[in-house]
Write a protein that binds this ligand. Sequence first.
Ligand code: PDD
Length: 282
Amino acid sequence: MKYPEKVYLNGNIVPFEDAKISVFDRGFIFGDGIYEVMVQIEGVFFYKKAHLDRLQEGLNKINITFDTSSLLIDIEKLLGVTKLTGKDCLLYIQITRGVAPRQHSYPLDIVPTVMMYAVPKVLPKINAVNAKVITREDFRWSRCDIKMTSLLGNVMLNEEAVQHQCFETILHRDGFFTEASHCNVFFIKDGIVLTHPANKLILDGITRQVVFELCKSLDIEIQETPVSINDVSEIDEAFLTGTSTQIASIQQIDDHILYKENNIGPVTQKLQEAFLKIKSIN
Ligand code: PDD
């Protein structure tokens, strides 16, 4: 992993070494901020409006006053300066509440800190990942719908996957699968796609929403029904979704092997093929 050469910070595009924020920025002190990640494919951002709308909703949920539509011009400038206009790249946006003497409650008249960077990124072939995953208790807080920068729970749970040479950790709360450390998770049983409802216990991923659209257009039944950890051995297929993960087939859940070698189940495969098609038109 390399640092981006330039970053956007509060209206300026500067070499990353020169992008400095205060130690009293509440993003640093409390993780008091919201972020977003999106990808540009052949010059067009994939579901840009949905990502910016989710960013706006996150800011509204925690009372940070900022209009994300003001970012549109700055995103174009950033892509221009970093020579990524028209290219495949990943854009990271982070908005924190801003700088103030440390106090828990929201300070008045505070100016948000806005940071963005773009890095070249070509997404891997859609079926390149056949994920092995481990399962762990979802010990994160109960507002996982907020895409906040304080990701310590996700970081700790993702590290466990890495320690076990796995792609992801899928999480369960009260005996039911919620999502994964940086992806949403879906299961397939008897041709029906099952995933956790988009409530406060998961992030409603943009790719997750795309999967709902695809199921509708392909006439595949999809239900927002949590899957029990006791039913893993009954599952026919499972997959992960996320902005850079796209739709990744799950090969193994703990000791339960869904496929030997790199086979992919028929429903997952159909969704991957349909996803590839919309990727090129969005
Ligand atoms: N992760 N759930 C969690 C906890 C996530 O962090 C993510 C995204 C998703 C999938 O959301 P989307 O389809 O909108 O990318 C679900 C991002 C990419 C990240 O933190 O890098």
